[in-house]
Write a protein that binds this ligand. Structure first.
Ligand code: HEM
Length: 150
């Protein structure tokens, strides 16, 4: 008996992911990050990934290969704000599904850690690359005195 079986199999993961993407579609930061207007295919990839991770069928791997999740998220700007929004969407969905407290805590612990690991930029949102590709840092007046003899 795997975690996958215990929580009710494919249908349960599908419900979790459907609720999650319903929230993503309402989020002004997350929604534009998703390349396809229709979130259906993304929802299916995520469902299949979770199903495989928790001991269900390995369809994800057959279709997508090794998950390489950090690498696959590199094209997207995942900062702490995006992470927190992602987690909030997931929390809303899990609250609706009402798994047993132990199953909920186990799943949430994993998702929370995975989301923290997915962050790929520490930059302050106000600092953006310039068209020339160089990062523009906030400028600060430096007095003559402080730079002399250093
Ligand atoms: C931390 C905030 C996160 C953001 C902003 C984010 C955003 C995205 C985006 C924009 C995509 C592309 C959609 C697509 O075409 O599939 C994606 C794909 C995916 N994400 Fe995330 N994600 C986050 C965290 C996570 C976490 C924690 C997991 C796993 C527990 C995860 C699992 C996946 C999977 C499995 C895919 C599809 C990978 C594939 O192409 O096969 N994501 N994510």
């Amino acid at each position: 008996m795997t975690f996958y079986d215990e929580v009710g199999g494919y249908a349960t993961f599908e419900r979790i992911v459907d609720g999650f993407y319903r929230e993503v579609a309402l989020d002004p930061v997350l929604k534009p990050m998703y390349p396809e207007e229709d979130l259906g295919p993304a929802a299916e990839r995520f469902t299949l990934f979770l199903v495989q991770y928790w001991g269900g069928p390995t369809t994800y791997g057959e279709r997508r290969g090794h998950p390489r999740l950090r690498m696959r998220h590199m094209p997207f700007r995942v900062d702490s704000d995006a992470r927190d929004r992602w987690l909030r969407c997931m929390r809303t969905s899990l609250d609706e599904i009402q798994l047993s407290p132990l199953h909920d805590a186990t799943l949430w612990d994993y998702l929370d850690r995975a989301a923290h690991a997915m962050v790929n930029t520490m930059e302050h949102p106000g600092i953006r690359p310039t068209p020339a590709g160089r990062t523009e840092l906030p400028t600060r007046e430096v007095s003559q005195d402080s730079t002399e003899n250093t």
